[in-house]
Write a protein that binds this ligand. Sequence first.
Ligand code: NAD
Ligand code: TDX
Length: 379
Amino acid sequence: MKTYLVTGAAGFIGANYLKYILAKHDDIRVVVLDALTYAGNLGTIAKDIDNERCFFVRGDITNQELVDRLFGEYKFDYIVNFAAESHVDRSIENPQLFLMTNILGTQNLLDAARRAWVTGKDEHGYPTWRKGVRFHQVSTDEVYGSLDENGYFTEETPLCPHSPYSASKTGADMIVMAYFDTYKMPVTITRCSNNYGPYHFPEKLIPLIIKNILEGKKLPVYGDGSNVRDWLYVDDHCKAIDMVVNKGTNGEVYNVGGHNEKTNLEIVKLTIATIHKLMSDQPEYRNVLKKKVKNEDGTLSIDWINDDLISFVKDRLGHDQRYAIDPTRISEALGWTPETMFEEGIVKTIEWYLNNQEWVNEVTSGDYQKYYDEMYLKR
Ligand code: NAD
Ligand code: TDX
């Protein structure tokens, strides 16, 4: 039986990953470590925490004493590090927090693992490691910087981050690789493109657009909307991480992406059209609308759900133009392929939000409105 430490599993991808591995593997035990920042929600994973196979600890990955104690209490085999400050716009406002969590938090976890897992030294002075252990870092394609209209990021693309967020993730990746080179620590890294799916916090493009449409608010598109992102359904990312954790090669980086490039404007228009179609085909979904406009016959109108909601606003500082991933390595080495086509995934995602408005209300009940006003009213 393998024991996992999964950090950041009360957030978007970590929660989906937790559900994925608990469903996939009977013979595992998982400890979740999460600080429950604004982006973490215990309700998302409450049903998964049974105190038999899955345990929850509220705490900060930068806390050395806490992380050492957890390593002593549970004999972890795998560390999967999702915990991070993850929003580019917030990193532009407060870079320091990003460096603390994303770089120093990763270093703290690496050092705790080193203290727990090193068994001795080899003849060259390199540490020897407990068999079957691994530290997996969940990284991002943003570490490679930005592409013009041609080409793809491969694992050999030079690291060239632009935002404080992506620079902090690059710093973390470089520390992870330094521990492989210096200590021969068993590590792997995945670098994934933009994820979408259930439990995505509504500060990120797709869930923010869905939320605003339901409220009848304007849809803020940065700049001219021509920036391109490569979208991947979150379960496909979880599958990739599961494969790398269990079958990856130490010291290797794996790019993960679904060859699904779309401009932001395309994404916003597709979201508008999909919500309109779902509410047209299944009128009961209109009850979810917070903006209530009545037709003459008393039913709720959806005529106003159209592209006129789009509002072009001031661009993000240092906005990366295009991301696109070449996933050849993970496909050839581990047989990974994405399973969910975008056309299917976006409908599944929107339906999930329409059916889970309580979750949206819960995660946006705190400082969300303040954040929204500060971030968008000045644009
Ligand atoms: P998220 O912001 O939704 O969740 C982050 C989680 O980490 C939250 O539960 C939060 O409470 C927790 N956390 C934050 N700081 C912490 C700390 N100091 N100690 C312990 N827990 C802390 O993020 P996400 O979108 O799920 O991203 C997860 C990981 O995947 C991140 O490392 C991110 O860089 C990476 N990633 C995200 C995407 C994407 O499209 N969202 C794409 C590629 C890579
Ligand atoms: O209101 C908005 N309007 C808008 O036009 C928001 C929130 C975003 N955008 C644009 C900016 C980006 O070009 O949409 C695109 C996607 O933005 P985000 O959802 O903020 O994602 P991005 O900046 O691409 O980063 C995401 O993918 C890589 C995650 O947040 C990162 O954690 C991950 O590493």
